[in-house]
Design a binder for this molecule. Structure first.
Ligand code: FES
Length: 54
């Protein structure tokens, strides 16, 4: 199964940091703005806040 393709789980990272296993949905400009695919993001900071409404 391929992950990170549909982009349905897209959210903006407000605080903290994550790493993504795969990303086939987000363009570089979205990554630059802080968007992540939450379905396969792993926190790399103690706390992470994401906003699904932006
Ligand atoms: S990319 Fe499809 S649910 Fe995350």
């Amino acid at each position: 199964m391929r992950r990170g393709v549909c982009g349905t789980c897209r959210a903006k990272l407000v605080t903290g940091t994550v790493t993504m296993d795969e990303n086939y949905a987000l363009e570089q400009d979205e990554l630059d703005k802080g968007y992540v695919l939450t379905c396969q993001s792993h926190p790399t900071s103690k706390e992470v806040t994401v906003d699904f409404d932006v």
